[in-house]
Design a protein around this ligand. Structure first.
Ligand SMILES: Cc1ncc(COP(=O)(O)O)c(C=O)c1O
Length: 369
């Protein structure tokens, strides 16, 4: 959709990346780190001061005590952390539960390890997890369950009931958890992020993955981290050691200082909630109907009052004819399940969102609906 958006000069609300500037002080901190000569490899697990800052943060935020020396590894992005976690534990024939719609890297990362993704649809339109179905799909080959909260593409978040259901399923089994929490701070309406880090029994079976790029508006830096108990992190490091060995040094020095300022992450929920609300207020004038978004920087809209076309056809048409790109949610399902829903990214300047909605209004008026 991004290529199509570029070809037709459309406003790109498809791709999940901000179009506003990141924090200037971080750029200064990276420049300073480079000038101070921090341009060589760091420790394989990452710069210790950054790992300590993360340990301090998760203690403050989730009351989780993790060992920065043994349980945190800095990675070149969240996707890398996901791939490394899967590769470090999966064997041929293992089954991994994946809830769909799903971030696109999970299935290929499972398959490349000879393992088998077992897809479970989230229940439309609230995208809740059908835990009864999960119980049915568990087999002796189930090695892992992948969770993602706040969720891309739906904006759904895990709640305490989900955690309880998960606990009932995995306790007394050897099933592992991969918890993709790259949107951890982007959560709205006073909801709490149910990080797996809050639950010591679940954490003992989990890889929890994060992305600095997603939360601090620099997706192009590709910097993230994984937190896992010592016994799983040892496996993770066996893959990481011979893959990238370590992540980018100057960014790590900069982030170690930046994380000292709690306001930087404490204000993120309100910051993105204001964008979601602004976008939804504008979209209210159209025939697109919002589905609940409780976190992430995505908002789904049903277009069934506008068209019967498939998601992919309608998304292409909107890009070419209205000048606004979105992502068909069917692209996040292996079988292309089509509920007439598109994903829009609201991590954009207000002027971008305003122009996009004006274009959608003009298009709707042209269609005379
Ligand atoms: C659910 C989810 N996980 C992981 C990532 C990747 O994070 P990174 O850019 O740090 O690799 C994304 C990016 O879109 C995502 O949406």
């Amino acid at each position: 959709m991004s290529a199509l958006a570029a070809e037709f000069n459309a406003i790109n609300l498809g791709q999940g990346s901000p179009d506003f500037e990141m924090n200037e002080s971080l750029i200064d901190l990276v420049s300073k780190a480079m000038r101070d000569g921090h341009n060589q490899y760091t420790h394989r697990n990452g710069l210790l001061s950054l790992r300590e800052a993360i340990a301090e943060k998760v203690d403050f935020f989730y009351n989780a005590q993790v060992d920065p020396k043994a349980e945190i590894t800095i990675t070149p992005g969240g996707t890398y952390a996901i791939y490394t976690a899967l590769t470090s534990v999966l064997n041929a024939g293992d089954e991994v539960i994946v809830f769909e719609p799903a971030y696109d890297s999970y299935a290929p990362n499972i398959v490349i390890n000879g393992a088998i993704p077992v897809f479970i649809p989230l229940v439309f339109p609230n995208y809740k997890i059908d835990w009864e179905l999960v119980r049915e799909k568990i087999s002796s080959a189930t090695k892992m369950i992948i969770l993602n909260s706040p969720h891309n593409p739906t904006g759904r978040i895990l709640d305490k009931n989900d955690i309880e259901e998960l606990r009932n399923i995995v306790s007394e089994t050897e099933i592992l958890i991969l918890s993709d929490e790259v949107y951890e701070h982007i959560i709205f309406d006073d909801h709490e992020h149910e990080s797996i880090l809050k639950y010591p029994d679940l954490f003992q079976k989990s890889f929890v993955t994060f992305s600095f790029g997603k939360v601090y508006h620099f997706t192009g830096w590709k910097t993230g981290y994984c937190i896992a108990p010592d016994w799983l992190m040892k496996e993770f490091l066996k893959v990481h050691q011979y893959n990238s060995f370590c992540a980018n040094s100057p960014f790590q020095y900069a982030l170690a200082s930046f994380l000292q300022c709690r306001d930087e992450y404490l204000q993120l929920g309100n910051f993105f909630q204001a964008k979601r609300d602004y976008f939804n207020r504008l979209m209210h004038k159209t025939k697109f109907k919002p589905l609940p978004s409780k976190g992430s920087y995505f908002q789904l809209f049903s277009y069934k009052d506008i068209s019967n076309e498939s998601e992919i056809d309608f998304a292409k048409k909107l890009t070419k004819e209205a000048g606004v790109a979105s992502i068909p949610v069917s692209a996040f399902y292996q079988n292309g399940k089509d509920d007439k829903v598109l994903r829009f990214c609201f991590a954009k300047k207000e002027s971008t969102l305003q122009q996009a909605v004006e274009k959608l209004m003009r298009y709707q008026n042209k269609l005379d609906i």
